[in-house]
Ligand binder design. Structure first.
Ligand SMILES: [Zn+2]
Ligand SMILES: [Zn+2]
Length: 380
């Protein structure tokens, strides 16, 4: 009989003690995650009796923790979320954009994750809304949703936002639908430049206000030289915004979206084994023809990386902007449908779909060639 598949819970059970000895005590938020993951679907969380309505057999089922960082609990949450989104789709092509930041910013993300992740959302959203509304480009008010991912394939820190946006928006009087071109949304060079400007303007403002987002070696007051060099490097580094051509129709779009929304830093099917206090897991090497390779990390280091992706409690990982901002979403969607001349809740007409497999291939290959970074590497 083969051994039970390795779970993140098991790694925590075996190495939490070693982690706290070597790295330090878990924060309150981390403690919560460790507790939930290790007790998920065990007797610790209690259970309920389940009676099969076909054969009457009674089985005991343990309760799930429903923590958003628990690898076991994402599927159900995703289904619930998608069901609600079903009514919000518009019968137009949707674009997928990814906003990435240079790795030089990682020390700030580690020092003050909440402020930096908020800034990443704000700078990306402002950029999109501004450029879309500019008559030189689309000249429309748009709406979109943004999803934060913080990881790369090796559980390293790689903060980026996935943005899903309908290809078009409302005119300034909100009476007409202004469609974007079918295979081009907004110029990524302009988006990248404006995004960099907005992001770094805020970083500089926080430096002037002495906000505690800097690690001591980059502190603008104590290390002005190091800070300035770092800032210069950031202006010179590539700030890359990707834009993927539209994916299929509304239904396919929703399935596509589901790949991004409810994820944790690693899915458990990538875990292979524990050997000699090291965790062995699979990762995809996009620089080597996307080959799947085993990677081995010291178990404590594995836990450290996993916990690096625990978000501040109450932090919203999926956010809505512009026309889709929470308060006015229903009313604005109604305006969009009227402008598009479609009845309420009829997002069915299928947009001609691109060949998804080859399209994905080309897009990823192109991004890789341009930047050496693969925006899909967050996917399992
Ligand atoms: Zn769970
Ligand atoms: Zn991602």
């Amino acid at each position: 009989m083969s051994a039970a598949p390795l779970e993140v819970a098991e790694i925590f059970r075996r190495y939490s003690g070693a982690y706290e000895q070597q790295i330090g005590r878990f924060s309150a938020a981390e403690q919560r995650v460790v507790h939930d993951i290790t007790s998920c679907r065990t007797a610790d969380l209690g259970g309920h009796l389940y009676v099969c309505d076909q054969c009457g057999v009674i089985t005991e089922r343990f309760n799930s923790c429903r923590n958003r960082h628990c690898p076991k609990c994402q599927k159900l949450e995703r289904e619930r979320w998608l069901e609600k989104r079903q009514q919000e789709l518009l019968p137009v092509p949707y674009f997928h954009l990814v906003f990435t930041v240079p790795h030089q910013l990682n020390p700030l993300f580690l020092t003050d994750p909440k402020t930096l992740y908020n800034l990443l959302f704000r700078a990306s959203a402002d950029t999109l809304l501004t450029i879309a509304e500019d008559p030189k480009y689309l000249g429309a008010k748009i709406g979109f949703l943004a999803i934060l991912h913080s990881w790369g394939q090796r559980l390293d820190l790689h903060p980026h936002l996935h943005v899903i946006v309908p290809g078009g928006g409302l005119s300034s009087d909100r009476q007409q639908w202004i469609a974007s071109s079918r295979d081009f949304f907004l110029p990524v060079k302009v988006l990248s430049r404006v995004f960099r400007g907005k992001f770094l303007d805020e970083v500089k403002k926080m430096a002037r206000e002495s906000q505690p987002i800097f690690p001591s070696r980059l502190d603008p007051r104590d290390q002005p030289g190091a800070y300035q060099n770092w800032l210069d490097e950031l202006y010179a580094a590539p700030w890359v915004v990707y834009s993927k051509p539209p994916f299929g129709g509304a239904k396919r779009g929703l399935q596509y979206l589901a790949r991004y929304t409810h994820r944790v830093a690693i899915s458990e099917n990538r875990l292979l084994r524990i050997e000699n206090d090291r965790v062995v897991f699979e990762w995809k090497d996009y620089r080597d023809d996307s080959k799947v390779k085993p990677m081995s990390l010291d178990a404590v280091e594995f836990l450290r990386r996993f916990l690096m992706h625990v978000l501040p409690s109450g932090f919203h990982r999926i956010r809505y902007y512009g026309l889709f901002a929470n308060r006015h979403r229903a009313a604005n969607l109604e305006l969009c449908r009227q402008a598009l001349g479609v009845a309420e809740e009829s997002p069915e007409p299928e947009i001609v779909a691109n060949d998804e497999a080859s399209e994905t291939e080309t897009w990823e290959a192109r991004m890789l060639r341009l930047t050496g970074i693969d925006p899909m590497r967050c996917l399992a």
